[in-house]
Design a protein around this ligand. Structure first.
Ligand code: HEC
Ligand code: HEC
Length: 345
């Protein structure tokens, strides 16, 4: 239910302020559209990325001014060197030392996603920032108050004017668009795997990594589909025997058949985003492999794909597990996690 309340607040916030037409800005940043990716879901033409908008979005992302007591920024939970996840934090750690109930996912390739958060509770990339700002255990702030604080700040008044020329005051839609411009640029598609599938010269995978890729295509890619490594669907992969503390997709849909279903995560950069799963249950990739091979728990909503083999789970030999982990490590995109454009100035 929580996600929905946020959404209603978000919509009121958006509708409460009038939008006006943006003047033409000649400078544009090209968002990378990798040849091995499908067409994006986000309408980039509705919010073209400019150098000024990107810099502004980045400044906001790294600024604790967004939280009620100016202690927490987005970047505290989304750290660039771990593909903007929160390494070694089982669940998120927010304002006044409070813990949330979910693991902070990587932020990457968002323009290809249909919905955001583990339960898909936010359907539009432009609305994302409102959720953590309002979340009482993350930033616990009223977006309208954030806008007031930004309007009082000389640097932000200047930066917003540069990013959105012709607008007198800073408003919610401008802030949300600036966030989207920064996040749209967070494209990760330059791992060794990518270079291999695009047939770039000198790009090779080792025999073990190739065996892992073959096992992956056979046993994992029905859910972790395509080069985004997700089908965008909500599924129960058997990590828990009951879902009383977090019902997953049900919290958005209220449909009993959605209890315990979570968005299939992308596996890009997965070697640097530990711990794993919506509740940070597993510390290592090895333990995730053990889970699929022999730890899957049967509940009413368990994905039927994990019941196809007589015993629950996915049969994996010890060699296959090692090969899979070797393959998953080829999905680390060093140029993305070290990209200085995305780091704090
Ligand atoms: C206290 C830690 C924390 C802070 C601060 C925080 N986040 Fe998050 N973020 C999370 C957690 C946890 C999730 C998963 C929430 C869920 O699924 O319900 C998440 C999810 C996301 C996602 C969804 C990714 C996906 O693939 O679905 C995006 C994007 C995101 N956050 C961006 C931001 C931005 C922008 C800010 C600042 C305005 C921010 N976050 C502040 C912890 C945090
Ligand atoms: C039935 C669909 C399905 C299949 C098949 C599947 N997965 Fe998953 N996978 C998921 C879902 C859903 C999650 C997230 C579950 C959650 O957090 O509650 C997930 C999570 C993961 C994660 C954790 C990612 C993160 O960022 O936390 C890894 C790693 C992973 N899967 C690897 C694999 C591998 C390797 C295979 C093949 C052996 C596989 N998966 C097969 C649906 C599937």
């Amino acid at each position: 239910m929580k996600s929905r309340l946020f959404l209603i607040g978000a919509l009121a916030f958006v509708l409460g302020v009038s939008s006006c037409k943006k003047e033409d800005t000649p400078n544009r940043y090209e968002v990378l559209l990798p040849s091995n990716f499908p067409a994006p879901e986000y309408n980039l033409a509705s919010n073209p990325v400019t150098p000024e908008g990107f810099e502004l979005g980045k400044r906001l992302f790294y600024d604790p001014i967004l939280s009620q007591d100016s202690t927490i920024s987005c970047a505290d939970c989304h750290i660039s060197f771990s593909a903007f996840s929160h390494p070694d934090h089982i669940t998120s750690h927010g304002i006044r030392g409070q813990f949330g109930k979910r693991n902070a996912p990587a932020i990457q390739n968002l323009i290809w996603q249909r919905a955001f958060f583990w339960d898909g509770g936010v359907p539009d990339m432009d609305l994302i920032s409102l959720n953590p700002i309002q979340n009482p255990v993350e930033m616990d702030e009223d977006p309208a108050n954030v806008i007031r604080k930004l309007n009082r700040n000389e640097m932000y008044r200047r930066m917003f004017k540069a990013a959105f020329p012709g607008r007198d005051t800073i408003d919610g839609p401008q802030m949300m668009q600036a966030f989207s411009q920064f996040m749209a640029m967070l494209v990760s598609a330059n791992s060794r795997y990518d270079k291999y599938v695009r047939g770039e010269s000198g790009a090779n995978l080792t025999p073990q990594e190739l065996s892992g890729l073959a096992v992956f295509r056979l046993k994992c890619s029905s859910c972790h589909q395509g080069d985004l490594f997700t089908d965008g669907a909500y599924r129960n992969n058997g990590i828990l025997g009951d879902f009383t503390s977090d019902k997953g997709r049900y919290e958005v849909s209220s449909m009993p058949e959605d209890i315990g279903k979570f968005k299939t995560p992308s596996l890009r950069n997965v070697a640097v985003t530990q711990p794993y799963m919506h509740n940070g249950r597993f510390k290592t990739l090895e333990s995730v492999m053990d889970h699929y091979a022999s730890g899957v728990k049967v509940t009413q909503t368990l994905d039927p794909k994990l019941l196809e083999n007589g015993t629950p789970g996915i049969p994996l030999s010890s060699t296959e597990k090692l090969d899979l982990v070797a393959f998953l490590k080829t999905l680390t995109d060093e140029s993305f996690i070290r990209d200085e454009r995305f780091q704090q100035n």
